[in-house]
Ligand binder design. Structure first.
Ligand SMILES: [Zn+2]
Length: 151
């Protein structure tokens, strides 16, 4: 399962009660995106929730693809967001706090930790491949990215 399948609506129960309908907990589930972003769903939310949902839409659902939000960009953007927070020196617990403040989302710190570990391993594999291919520039870039995530 991708990490984006493990990102949840922090105030899921309030949102469901404001909408008057049950929605999945997972923020990136198709049904959640449909209800929150493509209909009157948004208007039914209280101001504070609406604001975070709009921030989320602006930051992750803004790619303008015809198939948006099912084009894969929202998930990829969210992954970059997580990696940026890590590169800023935040640990899994702090990352969970920040996504709560920014977008009213939460995840389990353990899931974030394994996602970050996987990312470092993916970079390591890519770095090795670049080494085999004698692509020094790419090798150095990947090595730097790895150091940023490993601090
Ligand atoms: Zn897109």
């Amino acid at each position: 399962m991708a990490i984006t399948d493990k990102i949840y609506l922090k105030n899921h129960r309030q949102i469901a009660s404001q909408l008057g309908t049950n929605i999945p907990k997972s923020a990136f589930s198709g049904a959640t995106l449909d209800i929150l972003f493509q209909g009157e769903g948004l208007m039914k939310l209280d101001d504070a929730t609406q604001e975070r949902v709009l921030d989320f839409a602006e930051d992750f659902l803004d790619c303008g693809c015809e198939t948006n939000p099912y084009c894969g960009h929202p998930e990829r953007k969210f992954i970059s967001y997580l990696l940026e927070l890590r590169a800023q020196g935040l640990g899994p617990d702090a990352i969970v706090d920040v996504m709560g403040d920014d977008y009213m989302l939460y995840a389990y710190a353990g899931d974030i930790l394994s996602f970050l570990d996987d990312s470092v391993r993916t970079l390591e594999a890519a770095e090795e491949l670049a080494g085999v291919e004698n692509n020094r520039e790419m090798e150095e870039k990947l090595s730097q990215a790895k150091r940023d995530l490993s601090r």
